[in-house]
Design a protein around this ligand. Structure first.
Ligand SMILES: [Fe+2]
Length: 331
């Protein structure tokens, strides 16, 4: 049902070869019964999400799709022709919510509304007051990063679904696997030292002002960039957001040192310019699934303001068991 897969390192790419058929109606009916309104079609983390997942597993397409995705030996998946193009927003987002609930527990992206499905598209600029403007609100490039890096429990996975691809030369989605970042860092002694230092020494990640409780309040989360994974064949997991670390180090001089600052600059340089990367302008109706602990992601600049993606982040543990803020960010 995933068609033939082509691998780019740890990223699997292919075309969907199935039809949703009546299963789309079944999904819509199940969610209509379970949800008190679809929250402006953004849904919310359902209070009975464990039971809801069991119920959705009875829908053949969802169960088989989740089984095929779990069986891939990949940290990223790019699946074209998902089959949701042209659907009304409520039906499309219902299918995406149901699919992501098969792959994890979708978290609320927006603290205020509780929305799980976040529209990644250009929004009017609001950054003139010097506040940290988030990536999904700008028509610009996004440095390589992991999502929710400044919170205690960054979600393990996320999906992006392309509602409308950029009709310009830019807007490429970029992915770098942990393996490729590690390989590129170890090409030089300075890179290897940076990896060792950032594996041993926690750094402060500054929580962007737009996400923090009070705009003027300083919030940081102190964590390691690279953490041994404990799994066989997996060296480490990572959290990374260059601008957040830079601001964190500037705000917390006690946690900074020239060596640490240099290590952060080296990783930034290797992530932005040197490590092998997957870079594609994803067509409309493509689903991208990425491991948020083993992949960096970013985006190239684009000019088409009508580019529209939907992002949903998933945790491996139910929302009730999560610690700290949960997926409230828009990065
Ligand atoms: Fe992101």
């Amino acid at each position: 049902m995933l068609g033939s897969m082509e691998y780019h390192g740890r990223i699997a790419q292919g075309c969907a070869s199935f039809s949703w058929g009546n299963d789309l109606n079944t999904i819509f009916e199940i969610l209509s019964q379970r949800f008190d309104g679809f929250n402006d079609n953004g849904f919310y983390a359902h209070p009975d999400e464990v039971a809801l997942r069991q119920e959705l597993k009875e829908v053949p397409i969802l169960r088989r799709l989740a089984e095929h995705i779990h069986a891939l030996d990949a940290h990223g998946l790019v699946l074209r022709n998902l089959g949701l193009s042209g659907l009304p927003e409520a039906r499309r987002n219902a299918a995406l919510y149901a699919l992501t609930l098969m792959l994890g527990y979708p978290t609320s992206t927006d603290q205020r509304t509780g929305r799980v499905a976040w529209d990644v598209k250009a929004r009017p600029q609001t950054g003139d007051d010097g506040r940290f403007v988030t990536f999904s609100e700008r028509v610009g490039s996004a440095d390589m990063h992991t999502d929710s890096s400044f919170y205690p429990m960054p979600e393990e996975r996320f999906v992006l679904y392309v509602v409308r691809a950029a009709r310009c030369d830019g807007g490429h989605s970029v992915l770098i696997s942990a393996d490729d970042l590690h390989r590129a860092l170890h090409r030089t002694p300075e890179g290897a030292s940076a990896f060792a230092l950032l594996s041993a020494t926690p750094v402060p990640f500054r929580v962007p002002a737009v996400y923090a409780a009070g705009d003027e309040q300083l919030e940081v989360h102190v964590a390691q960039v690279f953490t041994p994974s404990g799994l066989q064949n997996e060296r480490f997991t990572m959290r990374w957001r260059y601008d957040s670390i830079k601001k964190g180090l500037a705000a917390c001089p006690d946690l900074s040192s020239p060596e640490l600052v240099q290590a952060v600059e080296i990783v930034h340089c290797v992530a932005e310019q040197e490590a092998r990367r997957y870079m594609e302008q994803l067509p409309t109706d493509t689903l991208m699934l990425a491991d948020n602990h083993r992949m960096l992601h970013g985006r190239t600049t684009y000019t088409d303001e009508r580019r529209h993606l939907i992002r949903i982040r998933m945790s491996t543990v139910p929302n009730a068991e999560r610690v700290g803020p949960s997926g409230v960010v828009q990065d």
